[in-house]
Design a protein around this ligand. Sequence first.
Ligand code: UDP
Length: 389
Amino acid sequence: MIERVAFFSVHTSPLAAPGSGDAGGMNVYVDSVARTLAAMGIAVDVFTARVDDGFGEETEVAPGYRVVHIEAPGRDRAERIGVYAEGVAAWAIRHQASYDIIHSHYWLSAWAGVLLEEPLQAPLVISFHTLGRVRDVGSGEPPPPLLRLAAETEVVARAGCIVASTPAEAADLMEHYAAKPERVCVSPPGVDHGVFHPGAARRSDLGLPGGPLAAVVGRVQPLKGIDVAIEAIAGIADARLVVVGGPSGEVGDREQDHLRTLADDLAPGRVDFLPPMSHDAVADLYRSVDVVLIPSRAESFGLVAVEAQACGTPVVASRVGGLAFSVADGESGYLVDGNDNADWTKRVLAILTDDVVSTKLSAGAIVHSSGFSWNVTAARLLELYQGLV
Ligand code: UDP
């Protein structure tokens, strides 16, 4: 019987607003799963490293769901992870807290999880969310630190249970990290249908223009391939694009400057850049645009794809990683191989100009997204946890 679970999320806090910096899909995942498990009666403590965000040591987010901020200073990652793990162990002793399961999110937390498995005497579950060796493939991002690659390899060799978001991530774990198939299980993320649902939204309320309109939603970084979206829109005479999100990662600011220049050159006055929005505002945005583009060069799942589809908006996405799972090609949107302008323009144009196509894909998007929910994700995780204890 699972009663208490600890989540390790060193890298980012589930309380951070997603859409820029380090905060994105993983924050949404950790927050949504913790909320859902807590609503099912399982107490969840999420341990994150303190940043100067004004939160106290503990934040009660919802009944049964609390975020604990651990001081984790250090000169480098290795030292910070050690200090974090000591801090979690000390907190657990001070509060006489014990857990049935510990669940790490991202490679840094996976490393901390390995250190904490024995002191906390609980089985360790790991979700990587992204993998260094996969993310790096032609992404335009700086190469992942060697420490990350070594830590991922070591952790995979030791871990009793690794959760992959999709069958593609499970295959990557086996191919690139020699993970043992019997230790990898698949549990896809979900979507909050209470927020992301079809409905009417007025563009004017969001300050959006009329006419054929596409959107990209996500952190601005080379990995997201926003240049491909700009080039596709540039090829469609009266179409416009709105890009929502802020810079992320080492080269995020440079990428934003590059994209603004590209938009000025290729589609002057037809691309708007908006700062990160709350989930409620993002849902309104999905409902008011004609199509959402996800031209990512790597993507372990793509929450944006499922959110947009849940709002009844078709998606055009790269056929990479988890997107081939979160988008049903030809039914809820289109998957495009590679970054060729003409291929992207063709798919976007079909949705913008052919009512029969867009109506069919919109209906298909609602159907496809209905298979994803945080209740399903949490129930699947619970099943895994129970199998381990
Ligand atoms: N997001 C948001 N506001 C923004 C931009 C993004 O709330 O301005 C959210 C988006 O709705 C989604 C998450 O950030 O829930 C992005 O997740 P995804 O899996 O698409 O990408 P990741 O951040 O994991 O690379």
